[in-house]
Design a protein. Structure first.
Length: 302
């Protein structure tokens, strides 16, 4: 790098060795380098006159947009600054903090590095997945998303995302279903905290539902479910009589007959009513037509 100095109409050129590109990987590195150059030459460079130009020059030299990165980082910082979060998924020495409520004091959105204040200390956390935003406006009702916290005998559950299944106000107990395992737990009110239904939480909920259905179907959860009743294919009429076949986990139902109550073409399911009056949902491949719908026969006869 050449710096030009004008003293009594004489030009003096000074050379600066810049670090290799491998050491300058972000807009923050460029800004740090510019500040360092200005500090080394206070008689030649000033922040007000030269900083912006040097940032632009080094951005072109290192082929990155330092200003855009700085703006994005500032935007991320503002969006997380002061936000109350629940810590989750921490390992090692930080594992004891899972389920604790913390406040974000510093955020580097580009690198997903955060500093949070929890229990009177500032802790560094890497990865946004470890932060669940606290919901300060919602109510603790069935269907609400919560994080489990403060358990002493089952500390491995602290920080887990769950959904409220049932509320028992008289005893201040709540039944919640963990999204990762699908297990149902009964906990005290102080052992749950409401969290925002962010895309991260919704994705966890969808993954749990898919895993549970895959287990019922003896299917790999990573294999997408097929539409089992494609457009144009014959669908059993409501009111038809069917026989249950090919069931693996509920083999006692094989051979029993039932009435078709409704059809879910997208999921490839039939809702059926057995002779004992119970209503079940069953896959299309597990039913065989025995008798057509009486309604259909009446329409043809009339």
């Amino acid at each position: 790098m050449a710096e030009v100095e004008d003293e009594e109409h004489q030009l003096s050129v000074q050379h600066k060795n810049l670090p290799p590109k491998s050491e300058v990987t972000s807009g923050k590195d460029i800004n740090t380098l510019v500040d360092q150059l200005i500090d080394e030459e206070p008689n030649l460079l000033t922040r007000r006159r030269h900083r912006e130009g040097l940032v632009q020059l080094l951005s072109r030299l290192y082929q990155m947009d330092a200003e855009a990165e700085a703006e994005q980082e500032e935007e991320d910082q503002d969006s997380m600054q002061g936000v109350a979060v629940v810590l989750r998924g921490l390992t090692g020495a930080q594992q004891v903090l899972n389920g604790e409520i913390a406040s974000v004091v510093k955020a580097k959105g580009e690198k997903q590095k955060y500093e949070v204040e929890v229990k009177g200390q500032v802790v560094k956390v890497k990865g946004k997945d470890h932060l669940l935003t606290v919901n300060t406006k919602g109510s603790l009702a069935a269907g609400a998303y919560v994080a489990i916290r403060g358990l002493r005998n089952h500390i491995e559950l602290n920080g887990c995302i769950a959904r409220v299944a049932e509320c028992h106000e008289e005893s201040q107990r709540y039944e919640v279903r963990a999204l990762d395992s699908g297990q149902l737990f009964r906990v005290k009110k102080e052992n749950v905290v409401l969290i925002e239904a962010t895309p991260q939480v919704i994705a966890a909920s969808a993954a749990m539902k898919e895993n549970r259905e895959a287990m019922k179907e003896n299917r790999d959860p990573n294999t997408p479910r097929k539409k089992e009743i494609p457009e144009g294919e014959d669908v059993l009429e409501i009111g038809s009589t069917v026989e249950l076949v090919g069931l693996k986990t509920a083999q006692a139902y094989n051979g029993q007959q039932a009435e078709v109550l409704s059809v879910d073409r997208v999921r490839g399911r039939y809702e059926i009513r057995l002779h004992d009056g119970s209503v079940k949902t069953i896959r299309a491949e597990n039913v065989r037509l025995v008798g057509k719908s009486p309604r259909k026969r009446k329409e043809k006869g009339g």
